[in-house]
Design a protein around this ligand. Structure first.
Ligand code: FES
Length: 97
């Protein structure tokens, strides 16, 4: 069996508590998560968002990744979200072809 895993967006919501340690939650990933959920809903894109505790890019957070095996996004901000949504839309279109 060779079933492809469904498209999803993985977002780090980790908060590192050590002094001077950057983390995605410390850089605003939880706020971005809420904004993404709203924008995906507005765009009628049925892509689940999966929260993770770390994607190994802590100093470059907020970090997100399209899965499976997709593009990595770091230092995500409000303006990056449209790019992510465009990529997800492209992936969904490709999958349905
Ligand atoms: S804290 Fe987000 S990648 Fe490590």
């Amino acid at each position: 069996m060779n079933a492809q895993r469904p498209l999803r967006l993985v977002i780090c919501v980790n908060e590192r508590l050590g002094a001077g340690q950057r983390s995605c939650a410390g850089s605003g990933s939880r706020l971005l998560l809420s904004e993404l959920q709203q924008r995906l809903s507005d765009a009628a894109l049925d892509v689940p968002i999966v929260e993770r505790e770390c994607l190994g890019r802590c100093a470059e957070g907020p970090a997100m990744r399209i899965a499976p095996g997709g593009e990595f996004f770091t230092e995500v901000n409000d303006s990056t979200l449209e790019t992510i949504i465009d990529r997800l839309r492209q992936q969904l279109t490709t999958q349905s072809d």
